[in-house]
Write a protein that binds this ligand. Sequence first.
Ligand SMILES: O=C(O)CCC(=O)C(=O)O
Ligand SMILES: [Fe+2]
Length: 308
Amino acid sequence: MVLNVTPLENVGVEVSGFDINQPVPDDLARELRQIWLEHGIVLFRDQDIDPQKQIEFSRLFGELELHPLAATQSREFPELFELVNDPEQEKFMVASYHGEQLVSKLDWHMDLHYTGKPNHGAVLRAVVCATEGGLTGFGDLAKAYDALDDETRALVEQLEVVYTFTMQRRNMRFVDTEGYEPSPYSPRKPSQMNYPNFPEIVYPAVVTHPVTGRKVLEIVELMLDRFHLPQRAGLCHDEAMDLMRELVAHIRKPEFHYFHQWREGDMVLWDNWRAMHSTTGTRPGTARRIHRTTIKGDTILGRELTPH
Ligand SMILES: O=C(O)CCC(=O)C(=O)O
Ligand SMILES: [Fe+2]
């Protein structure tokens, strides 16, 4: 197979010339891994995929992880999670944004970030595509870091950021809550979802990618709370808040984003140590089903913030 790599809009690449039904010799597997690490966000189209093939393909990039959300796990294929718009669950997933009801909209995040040990990557495959909406956004935080000016880079490199596990979106400090109304059914406590009461996690504001050595701006909206002891870098609280708002505005710039509108046969692989992602959500009553596999992370990137 001869792989063709073409840039997507702004960030990430599309790979053509690949067929998931053909054997993957070692040199092709190496090339695929290299494309994944070099670009962070990789789209494949027109693939004839089934769960087993998706699992085998995902294993080319590392050992697979079983998601802590056992409820979303497929019984037949434990490595596969199903993200389904389920009419029975919809009332828990819906919220109002400027008067518009949206199901399963999600702000920019990295998966398992709140554990300090995010998975290295994941593969999403569209099984049922939403007739409208349901886009998945991907954002390249290595490019976001590269685009900072020298002075901001030098400052940010001295800082650490705290992520606080939060069930209620309205209690997150840096998501856009204007015009936002949660559903009365949205869970209030981690225990309602069988989650523990996760401790706060601290990351360097600039994380060095464990494999590529690229610098990644570790700022995502979801559960972002504050800089940890910004005074150590000479910042007072107000300066720290201003800088955080600037950085959040920076990672929201469309030049770092690619929004994928799903078509049947599409598969997206991303590097969760480098790329953030988000979802636009769908209108209530819209069918959507995504199959997801997760590539394990064997490196601790964030540490627990203990009280002493
Ligand atoms: O439903 C999607 O488009 C992606 C959901 C998501 O955040 C994930 O799979 O980690
Ligand atoms: Fe996610």
